[in-house]
Design a protein around this ligand. Structure first.
Ligand code: KG4
Ligand code: ZN
Length: 337
């Protein structure tokens, strides 16, 4: 089954053709990074307008690169939630128009489910059940993935997502958008023992996270140094902060896997590209004889190959949408349509 995946939930307009959930025939992305960089973050209205401009050429490119015409495509999968509403609506409406004119079935795909599916592309042998840490700009979830379409959230952040905390800390350090990625690069040469940060946990909720105190702590460190007329060493500060965030993530994953008996750990979402997280999680999994799966770097951020992959499994479970499909800014991953 060949699926055309379409993604427009944030600042990448993307389309891809994926066969049987695992084989990527094409993967086209038009990124808006350069434009949002001017503002230090994603400007929702600009994102929507750029999606509207880019969506036709991106879908055409994905079809051309795959060697497929519309006749060769069996279904159209589209990200419908969660994300920036104006951005999602561009992809959803485009996919509905395409479904209407071609008569191909429409498959609604949850954005976080597709992030998890990026691992099915990178690891053809990977099958549920497994334990997954989803870390993106808007979400930090620990999830039991019991089948391709059955999910149970067992831990989440009470405030900032890990990616959000990294982005805000990067901004406070004067690093350009996209913050998390630039922080990762800057911290490569830093010493993570130079600054001490708290390792917050949430009372009574051992699987949950809280990153806002950690973020405030790094911002205060910068302000205090400036008030005293001093300088902060961005490389060391970045390395120390990133290390504290990763410590919290690894610690909770270790506890949950031990408590729930998982020996397969999967990372997903934009922050899964982080070099320190990948390294520390691997060390932890090796220590406890667990197998770690991480997406290839090109599938960590938002892309449509992962939408085509998850779309295949949604189709197998009979999850199709009518032409009344709407987008949603928020929607839990375990929502059953
Ligand atoms: O999944 P994603 O591309 O978009 C959302 O669904 O939110 O995740 C974006 C997040 C941003 O916070 C970005 O700074 C972060 O992923 N990110 C990274 C790295 N690359 C992207 N964070 C840390 N290290 C990286 N290498
Ligand atoms: Zn994402």
């Amino acid at each position: 089954m060949k699926i055309l995946g379409i993604e427009s939930s944030c600042d990448e307009t993307a389309a891809a053709v994926v066969e049987n959930g695992r084989t990527v025939l094409s993967n086209a992305v038009a990124t808006q990074i350069e434009e949002h960089k001017l503002y230090g973050g994603v400007v929702p209205e600009i994102a929507s307008r750029r999606h509207a401009e880019a969506i036709c050429p991106v879908v055409e490119k994905a079809l051309r690169d795959s060697g497929c015409g519309f006749d060769d495509i069996d279904a159209i999968a589209v990200t419908y939630a969660p994300g920036l509403i104006g951005a999602l609506l561009v992809g959803v409406n485009y996919a509905k128009g395409l479904s209407f004119t071609t008569g191909k079935p429409l498959i609604p795909v949850h954005h976080l489910r597709s992030h998890i599916a990026s691992n099915y592309i990178s690891h053809p042998e990977l099958e549920p059940p497994f334990f997954c840490l989803v870390v993106s700009g808007g979400h930090t979830h620990m999830i039991e993935v019991s089948s391709y379409t059955d999910f149970r959230i067992i831990g989440r952040t009470h405030d900032d997502a890990a990616g959000e905390a990294l982005d805000k800390a990067a901004r406070a350090m004067g690093l350009p958008y996209p913050g998390g990625l630039n922080l990762d690069k800057t911290a490569q040469n830093g010493d993570s023992s130079k600054y001490k940060f708290p390792h917050p946990s949430v009372d009574g909720c051992p699987y949950d996270f809280s990153f806002s105190g950690l973020k405030t702590s790094v911002i205060n460190t910068i302000h205090n140094a400036k008030q005293k007329g001093g300088e902060v060493d961005i490389e060391n500060l970045g390395a120390s902060f990133m290390s504290a965030v990763v410590d919290c993530l690894v610690k909770n994953v270790e506890k949950a896997c031990a408590d729930f008996g998982y020996d397969k750990v999967v990372l997903a979402g934009g922050v899964s590209a982080n070099s320190v997280l990948r390294k520390r999680m691997k060390e932890s999994c090796d220590r406890y004889s667990r197998k770690l799966f991480v997406p290839e770097l090109k599938y960590c951020g938002d892309n449509a190959a992962m939408v085509g992959s998850q779309g295949y499994y949604e189709a197998l479970s009979g999850n199709f949408a009518g032409l009344d499909l709407n987008a949603a800014a928020t929607l839990p991953i375990d929502f059953k349509r």
